[in-house]
Design a binder for this molecule. Structure first.
Ligand code: IMP
Length: 430
């Protein structure tokens, strides 16, 4: 048996954390390969709610090793705070956390730069980001001149010099663009980050080599995607995306582990669709149905608390993202939230403004914005599903809905989740 990936197939928040948590028993290490503290995973275990952002979900399971890979962007104070919060909740971290020396570091000017673009006068430039400095940090990574990696923090003299040049540049830029900007003091920022580096030192290593040694010993890795495939910077609804490859396409680059080691490709979807931030969302229900889904599904952002936009399941979008992420099986989450609806709709195609049927997800966001969904309507069910523990506990209408989605996506549904607890999971789907 090889390694596994768990990747969201919608616009994030598909409850991936629960599935990663359930699969931990069959793996030795959980690996984050992209994103940063923009992600939010909520895991409920034994009645306790844990909120994870940068840390892999495996951190909640004793004995599971956790890797923050090279493709992740790290804000050290956010990482240390998360570790402290978990320790206070009784989670033993010990030597289980490994942080890549190649991961890039989020610095205070990244947060200021993001404020600048997000608050810019032009609404068209507003993406509705999580404001965690993710985009500006990735921009510096690919721009190379201003990139700072975790490993740089362990070369203090060069780091101080490099940072002083960067901060000189950023201060001039930010002061010109943001009148109220308080210039940063390079020495103060360097002192602060070198202190973080001291605390993080035992965790930092070449995680790529660490993972290859683990694989050579027959260990199994679980790659945990953050956000969802439709927010992938290359394959998602650009520019309303995050700045990393949040589909399975990011695994090899963001971890240094070739995907030939993976033999289980699990795509995670909700039984409906949500989206936070800007961008087109063809099946959005800005009405009582959307409100009901938001209320019952508690659809508010884990990181920012923003109400999520809610709508019907979009099979056109998921057909596309499941191909991009190579899903060979699907975990269908939050099915219980749809109980009580007389009928449930699923977008099976789109129609453009000229009435032409569009069977596939358009590549340009302007074309997507013009698409109207073509729905198929299925009967709903009134039964509460949260007590269901096996496929036969579900009503016929729920069976029909699950089978319909599977057929539409073209991938078998292997897991159905009917609540946040580990027990509320059906693993034998008929
Ligand atoms: P950023 O990742 O903060 O740059 O935000 C870019 C877009 O991705 C925004 O629409 C965010 O709302 C969205 N986004 C980022 N992280 C998540 C997540 O974990 N769940 C859902 N949406 C996210």
């Amino acid at each position: 048996m090889g390694s596994t990936c768990v990747v969201g197939l919608q616009w994030g928040d598909e409850a991936k954390g629960k599935i990663v948590d359930l699969l931990c028993d069959q793996h030795d290490a959980v690996v984050r390969y992209q994103g940063g503290a923009n992600a939010g995973h909520t895991v409920v275990a034994d009645g306790v709610t844990y909120k994870l952002s940068l840390l892999p979900t495996g951190i909640l399971r004793p004995g599971i090793e956790c890797v923050i890979g090279n493709g992740v962007v790290i804000h050290p104070p956010a990482l240390l705070k998360e570790v402290e919060t978990l320790k206070k909740q009784g989670v033993e971290i010990g030597g289980r956390l490994h942080v890549s020396d190649r991961a890039h570091v989020i610095l205070p000017y990244h947060l200021a730069e993001e404020r600048l673009t997000e608050e810019s006068a032009s609404a068209a430039d507003h993406l509705g980001t999580t404001r965690r400095g993710i985009g500006p940090c990735y921009r510096d990574k690919v721009g190379r001149v201003h990139g700072v990696r975790v490993g740089d923090l362990y070369h203090p003299a060069q780091f101080r010099e490099h940072l002083s040049r960067i901060i000189d540049y950023k201060n001039r830029l930010l002061a010109a663009m943001l009148p109220e900007f308080d210039p940063l003091d390079a020495k103060q920022v360097a002192d602060e980050y070198l202190e973080y580096a001291d605390v993080l030192r035992p965790l930092v290593c070449d995680t790529t080599t660490w993972m290859h040694h683990s694989l050579a010993q027959g260990k199994r890795l679980l790659f945990e995607g953050a956000q969802g495939s439709l927010l992938d910077v290359d394959h998602g609804s650009y520019p309303y995306v995050t700045s990393s490859n949040s589909s399975a396409a990011g695994i090899a680059a963001g971890s240094g582990v070739p995907t030939r080691h993976i033999d289980r490709w699990i795509g995670i979807v909700k039984a409906y669709t949500t989206r936070v931030g800007g961008g087109p969302f063809p099946t959005e229900q800005d009405n009582d149905v959307g409100e009901r889904i938001r209320r019952i599904g508690r659809e508010y952002g884990t990181v920012t608390g923003r109400p999520r936009r809610c709508g019907w399941f979009d099979a056109v979008a998921v057909r596309y993202s499941s191909r991009v992420s190579g899903s060979t099986e699907i975990a269908l989450m939050l099915l219980d939230v749809l109980s009580g609806l007389d009928e449930i709709k699923v977008a099976v195609a789109y129609e453009n403004k000229d009435g032409k049927r569009i069977p596939e997800l358009p590549g340009h966001v302007a074309d997507l914005a013009e698409c109207r969904p073509v729905y198929e309507t299925l009967p709903g069910w009134s039964e509460d599903l949260t007590k269901a523990r096996s496929w036969s506990d579900l009503p016929k209408a729920a069976h029909d809905y699950v089978r319909f989605l599977s057929k539409q996506i073209g991938v078998p549904i292997s897991i159905v989740s009917v609540g946040p607890e580990r027990l509320q999971t059906i693993t034998k789907v008929g």
